[in-house]
Design a binder for this molecule. Structure first.
Ligand SMILES: *Cc1c(COP(=O)(O)O)cnc(C)c1O
Ligand SMILES: [Zn+2]
Length: 450
């Protein structure tokens, strides 16, 4: 089968190595130096539209690839032929201008936008990346896939695995997954292994298993995943009439999303398709704040591709010595050894980024507030609004700035947390059901109290 290797290739992100590899090789790390890989392109040999507006013409329903919110931008991630590309209709998401929430936060009308990635087929942004990873898996003829997951990666992998006839195995930490997500993995037929450990343990084990058994790994270490996730930014630009916002705000877990956003903007700028890049704010949960600690307290930086690896190793050794395990209600970002850390530092460098952490109580309140004002989201996604409140209070983000928050997952992913928040009536936005006798007068009385 033809591959697109005359212009797409894999490239080590370490500038001292910069080794390149064929796009049809299955690699998760640079075989020369062990650093991470990018998918890179020889843009001059590709047929890239001269203006982003040209993509609007492509968007039709007749060809499923043109309907996909990922593949209708394929000129900007064209690493495999169209007959390898798989789609289940991912990326039909909306950017909602939300003036009610803006008002709550003291932001000017028309300035706050929420990108609802929970509207994807499996209910999270992961589908943007998974469609790309499984298209690559088809290119290389893989038959078995696996991932470590806090939940959404497994739901998305299982959906694409059965769409492509591949088997799939999920590694999840015991007791660390929201029910909606676990139900999807089982329903989509994933072989589910509950490991007695946390996400970081699962991540380490799944890499060893995939290397030993020749299984295709679909975690965000896989550079093809990040290519698909770039399109979240393309859609935000599109829905803003191709205007670049001032801020992109995203939760940080394994840091694949933030890494891919930085790459997207660097490429658009290089191609002359945008004239400036937005700033990036990455929000950690306080109970899983590796990036915040290393970036803010230890001053870890991309440093032209030479980040201080000893500093990172020292920090991880200390976590190991303390038997530290991250804890947050935002299970999707409950990660203390983010695999994309170096790529994320590059994104922060490209986008003049900032990083902060927020406590669980603020995440849960923000989640309820987003539900009250919009389509809702899962806890990790609400870290964006919880973080934005701090960035506004600290004067980092201006109330007249154009802001796009990426709401990464659907509200039904974690119904237990939502029900408990409202039922216990302890949160700022709790809205418990009222118990009423089966009696008309009592019901009318309860109605009047509303
Ligand atoms: C995976 C996930 C995240 C974390 O994204 P990273 O790319 O790992 O930083 C955040 N929110 C939700 C809902 C997720 O599923
Ligand atoms: Zn290398």
């Amino acid at each position: 089968m033809a591959n697109n290797s005359d212009y797409a290739f894999q490239k080590c992100i370490n500038p001292e190595c910069a080794a390149t590899f064929d796009v049809a090789e299955i690699l998760v790390k640079c075989p020369t130096c062990g650093d991470m890989l990018d998918v890179a392109y020889d843009w001059d040999k590709m047929d890239v539209p001269g203006s982003l507006k040209d993509f609007e013409k492509r968007w039709t329903r007749t060809n499923p690839l043109d309907f996909s919110g990922v593949w209708r931008f394929r000129d900007l991630l064209n690493f495999c032929p169209d007959d390898c590309k798989v789609t289940v209709g991912e990326g039909q998401t909306i950017l909602q201008r939300n003036d009610a929430l803006a008002k709550d936060l003291g932001i000017d009308a028309g300035c706050l936008h929420l990108e609802y990635e929970g509207l994807n087929p499996s209910g999270s942004f992961k589908d943007n990346g998974m469609t790309a990873a499984f298209s690559h898996a088809r290119l290389v003829g893989a038959t078995a896939s696996a991932c470590a997951s806090t939940g959404n990666t497994s739901a998305s992998m299982a959906l694409y695995a059965h769409s492509t006839g591949m088997s799939c195995t999920v590694f999840i930490g015991s007791g660390r997954i929201a029910y909606g997500k676990l139900s999807q993995a089982m329903d989509y037929g994933a072989h589910t292994l509950q490991i007695a450990g946390d996400f970081d343990d699962c991540m380490r084990q799944v890499q060893a298993v995939c290397a030993q058994l020749g299984i295709y790994l679909v975690n965000s270490l896989n550079p093809f995943r990040l290519e698909g996730q770039k399109t979240i930014m393309f859609r935000i630009l599109e829905q803003l009439g191709w205007q670049v916002p001032d801020w992109i705000i995203v939760p940080g877990g394994n840091l694949g999303n933030s890494s891919s956003f930085g790459k997207a903007f660097a490429e658009l700028k290089q191609l002359g398709l945008i004239d400036r890049v937005p700033r990036l704010a990455i929000i950690n949960a306080e109970g899983a704040n590796t990036l915040t600690h290393l970036y803010n307290d230890r001053n870890l930086r991309w440093n032209d591709g030479r980040p201080d690896a000893d500093l990172v190793q020292e920090f991880y050794d200390d976590l190991t010595a303390r038997k530290y395990s991250p804890r947050t209600v935002a299970s999707a970002i409950e990660i203390s050894r983010p695999v994309n850390l170096t790529k994320c530092l590059r994104a922060l460098d490209i986008c003049d980024g900032v990083v902060i952490s927020v406590p669980d109580e603020e995440i849960i309140d923000a989640k309820a507030q987003i539900g009250l004002r919009g389509l809702g989201c899962e806890p990790a996604s609400a870290a964006t609004i919880a973080g934005l409140k701090h960035l506004l209070a600290d004067g980092v983000v201006d109330p007249s700035a154009k802001i796009a928050c990426v709401l990464t997952g659907h509200p039904l992913k974690d119904p237990n947390l939502t029900v408990n928040y409202h039922k216990d009536n302890k949160g700022k936005f709790s809205n418990p059901p009222v118990e009423v006798p089966n009696d008309l007068n009592a019901i009318i009385k309860a109605m009047k109290q509303a």
